[in-house]
Design a protein around this ligand. Structure first.
Ligand SMILES: Cc1cc2nc3c(=O)[nH]c(=O)nc-3n(C[C@H](O)[C@H](O)[C@H](O)COP(=O)(O)OP(=O)(O)OC[C@H]3O[C@@H](n4cnc5c(N)ncnc54)[C@H](O)[C@@H]3O)c2cc1C
Length: 253
């Protein structure tokens, strides 16, 4: 196991900013991950796990401990049921490739989450969402290493305390779980309206009335590409605004 030392963290954030990490390790399997955690714990080093660094802005002081970069891959169909297809996905998979694969299989449920940067393992952290879909709607379980019990655990979606851009992983249990994989249940049915307003508008303007997950994915890619710069070309952290949530009685059309 080769820990890199004094690594520039700007290469591990789409903002391309930040100081250095004392230690950094890219892990491709669960055993190496656990071994690395044990070594860092023994040496009293703080530990953080990241995926693609698209929701992370490092401090100029850097990170005084071990940064584990999750590259645990895998995309495995677990079972095909009448209600849909269960798929196990390694936390280190590039999220948009996961969406592309599922759409190519004719499955729906995450097509509106196309082009969101980052890795699959980060999607439950802030319950990623866009254009009317959130990962909580298709997530069945999260598998993770629990830093408290020092065991691998499987957490059902119902125990993740999902809300708007939040979960137990970025609230009460922040930093406790290192996610190794997620299981999704994706539908074999075509996406159905009503769609998110700007998506609906795009479909109508382009005379699209046959809604497949692949057509919706392409629509989302077109809409997003016209709005946000590609972080691989221009450093950015996406939108940092949140939609306000208000009580219905305060809402006036
Ligand atoms: C251009 C752009 C557009 C975006 N659009 C959207 C959008 O439409 N909707 C949306 O919800 N978000 C959006 N984001 C934010 C971001 O892409 C998502 O939050 C994404 O899920 C982050 O993934 P990541 O792998 O890059 O996470 P990272 O930045 O690597 O990590 C984010 C947080 O999760 C933790 N973490 C990451 N992986 C793990 C793991 N395996 N186990 C435990 N903790 C982990 C990290 O410690 C950190 O706290 C956008 C960002 C950019 C730059």
């Amino acid at each position: 196991m080769e820990f890199q030392q004094n690594v520039s963290l700007s290469n591990y954030s789409t903002m391309k900013l930040g100081g250095t990490a004392s230690y950094l390790l890219e892990v491709e399997d669960i055993n190496s991950m656990i071994q690395a955690i044990k070594i860092a714990k023994k040496n009293n080093q703080p530990i953080i796990m990241i995926g693609g660094g698209s929701n992370t802005i490092w401090k100029d002081e850097g990170f005084p401990g071990l940064v584990i970069v999750n590259r645990i891959c895998g995309f495995e169909i677990v079972s095909q049921e009448e209600i849909g297809t269960y798929i196990n996905i390694g936390a280190g998979e590039i999220w948009d490739e996961v969406v592309a694969k599922s759409v190519n299989m004719g499955l729906s449920g995450i097509e509106c989450l196309s082009l969101i940067p980052g890795r699959a393992g980060a999607t439950p952290i802030q319950n990623v969402g866009a254009y009317g879909q959130e990962i909580s709607q298709t997530l069945v379980t999260v598998t993770a290493y629990d830093m408290l019990s020092e065991t691998l655990v499987t957490i059902p979606a119902s125990d993740c305390n999902f809300g708007y851009r939040q979960s137990r992983f970025n609230k009460a249990d922040k930093g406790r779980y290192f996610i190794t994989g997620i299981t999704l249940l994706l539908s074999k049915l075509k996406p159905m309206p009503p769609f998110y307003p700007s998506l609906s508008e795009y479909l109508a303007n382009n005379n699209i009335f046959n809604y497949t997950s692949s057509i919706i994915r392409q629509a989302i890619i077109d809409i997003r590409s016209s709005k946000l710069p590609d972080p691989n070309i221009i450093a950015n952290c996406g939108s940092f605004f949140r939609n306000p949530i208000i009580n219905p009685h305060l809402f006036h059309d």
